[in-house]
Design a protein around this ligand. Structure first.
Ligand code: HAS
Ligand code: CU
Length: 541
């Protein structure tokens, strides 16, 4: 199936995603320069916080959401061999989301929404920012609904058949996003928008933070699932191998979706508004959600090992050297997994209730998420883009060797930038500060690390520019050579037979999620309506 609409939707969404990305990379470099305190002329807290808020929103919400939507439209249509359901609606969703981005960008760039990407009150932004974010989310709901409809229609038309793994993963992500975004949607609609418009004098910040925590953990898996999808459906094939176990892949995706939802309060360990027992419950769930990542690591490495051995690799580790390191998808997965070891280790430290006190609100946290999000996750977005672009524009990739340079430099830059942040966090440097106003032995000990992070940032900026250049060149160069290749999905090592319905559908899992959410967020949210604190009802009194 080669639906032109699906291709155009994919390209349009991904261009928005990567344009946001490149802009945000320049801001990132400015931020490390400003934050280092080495350049007096750059020092401006107001510009810094406008920049860091825009950088966060562009990377975490615009790059991700648009990339995921574009990837979903294309793979859904391609794997199910059907056109995109209701293309007019899909384009409307695209327009709505883009309008939201532009609407939010105006206050962000003019310093009227310097509230960081988490927009925690009492920081307050101009109402256009919250309304813009809402439009982006509503636009993405149209995408989610489209994926669910395409999944259900295909199942109805093909009773008893196994849904292609790539579509299973995409639908899992669409459902995850519907559940995930509900928390922040309630916060924005019932608290932040009325408050920013002056309709309410006060809002309950404990409630806002709890609703945001509902969203904050699962959203990171919403970003991550396309990377895992590529691990499962593209990597084994590109490496010349088979997917070690499709059943394990499906189970991992399900556990990831189900358990990423009821655990968001690990972001609130140090907050006062929730009781310790609830936090501990969410802490235990957090350890459960690390398991599907371990299963994913195992399955992907097993698939790679088969590839290496098929290519003649011998011995315990000899297969690693004989992998096709020159294939961008394979190189990306190797680098992604290496970053996952350290990023995941950091996550486990964060999740450990007692150790969280040591690193919470320090530079360690941006170290963790740049490594695991901007590193592990985004390097796979690059790999997917390099893989899809030739198919979408029907021209060969402009330069494979430059793509490899780009992937290596991204890995090196990310390692050089995030290692100092982890150390700085342990040395007590707070996150979210624009400058250090005092000098003592402790703050002086931070300086060498500041230099390293500038260097890492520069390498990353160069790498990002190279990535953007390669996409532009692939699509727009006067190359007359045409590319006829197709996207190919990995075959499982053992044929999938008699798949139980719970590994081929989400009805059961939606019910499980509903129960888990009721247990883990029911009382923690309801308590605000009974507690006798000023402004404890969301409409204020
Ligand atoms: Fe996180 C904070 C816990 C994963 C993103 N995280 C954040 C924030 C973001 C973020 C953006 O519990 C900041 C939010 C803010 O602004 O306040 N995180 C975890 C845990 C995991 C985790 C337990 N995070 C992610 C992913 C993200 C992400 C994925 C984005 C995509 N995180 C936390 C906590 C906080 C937090 C607390 C709050 C901190 C605070 O106090 O504010 C887990 O999912 C991680 C599981 C991963 C592993 C690693 C397994 C390793 C494998 C690799 C094997 C590879 C090999 C190499 C052997 C356990 C599978 C093979 C080599 C070859 C050559 C083949
Ligand atoms: Cu989290």
């Amino acid at each position: 199936m080669n639906d032109v609409t699906a291709k155009n939707l994919a390209l349009s969404h991904m261009w928005v995603a990567f344009s946001a990305f490149i802009l945000a990379c320049f801001m990132g470099e400015y931020q490390v320069l400003e934050r280092s305190g080495l350049f007096d002329s750059l020092s401006s807290p107001s510009v810094y916080f406008a920049s860091v808020s825009t950088h966060g929103v562009l990377m975490a919400f615009v790059l991700t959401t648009f990339f995921i939507m574009g990837f979903g439209y294309y793979t859904a249509s391609h794997s199910l061999k059907v056109p995109v359901w209701n293309p007019k609606l899909a384009w409307f969703g695209f327009g709505l989301a883009l309008t939201g981005v532009v609407m939010a960008a105006v206050p962000l760039l003019s310093g009227l929404a310097s509230v960081l990407y988490t927009f925690y009150p009492p920081l307050q932004a101009h109402s256009a920012f919250y309304i813009g974010v809402t439009l982006l989310v509503v636009g993405s709901w149209i995408w989610s609904a489209t994926m669910v409809v395409m999944f259900s229609q295909w199942k109805k038309a093909n009773p008893g058949q196994t849904v292609p793994l790539v579509m299973f993963a995409t639908t899992a992500n669409a459902l995850l996003w519907l559940w995930t975004s509900a928390g922040v949607a309630v916060e924005v609609l019932f608290q932040l928008i009325p408050w920013s418009l002056g309709w309410m004098d006060t809002i309950d910040i404990g409630l806002s933070r709890t609703l945001f925590a509902w969203t904050l953990h699962p959203i990171v898996y919403f970003w991550l699932i396309p990377a895992y999808t590529a691990f499962y459906v593209f990597v084994p094939k590109q490496a010349g191998s088979y997917l070690f176990s499709e059943e394990a892949a499906r189970m991992a995706l399900i556990v990831l979706v189900v358990f990423s939802l009821p655990i968001g309060m690990h972001h609130l360990y140090m907050d006062p508004e929730q009781a310790k027992g609830w936090k501990l419950l969410h802490g235990l769930g957090t350890f459960i959600v690390a398991l599907p990542t371990l299963v994913t690591g195992f399955t992907v490495i097993a698939s790679l090992e088969i590839a290496g051995r098929l290519r003649g690799g011998k011995g315990l580790f000899g297969w690693i050297g004989s992998l096709p390191w020159g294939n961008p998808m394979v190189l990306s997965v190797i680098l992604s997994l290496v970053m996952l070891i350290f990023g995941g280790f950091g996550g486990i430290v964060n999740a450990s209730y007692a150790m969280n006190a040591m690193i919470h609100n320090t530079a360690w946290v941006p170290g963790h998420f740049h490594l695991i999000f901007a590193g592990t996750t985004i390097i796979m977005y690059f790999a997917i883009a390099y893989y899809l672009w030739p198919v979408l524009v029907k021209k060969p990739l402009y330069s494979k060797s430059l793509a490899l340079v780009q992937l290596w430099t991204w890995f090196i830059g990310m390692s050089v930038m995030t290692t100092p942040w982890h150390v700085l966090g342990l040395l007590g440097q707070p996150r979210r500060i624009s400058s250090v106003q005092y000098n003592n032995l402790l703050t002086l000990s931070w300086e060498p690390y500041e230099l390293l992070m500038i260097l890492g940032g520069l390498v990353l900026l160069g790498s990002a520019c190279l990535f953007f250049y390669l996409l532009v060149k692939t699509q727009f160069s006067a190359n007359t050579e045409s590319f006829e290749g197709e996207v190919e999905y990995a075959e499982p090592l053992h044929e999938v037979k008699d798949l139980p319905e719970y590994l081929n559908d989400f009805k059961l899992w939606n019910k499980v999620i509903a129960v888990l959410m009721l247990i883990s967020f029911g009382v923690p949210i309801l308590q605000f309506f009974f507690m006798d604190t000023y402004g404890s009802s969301p409409w204020g009194y």
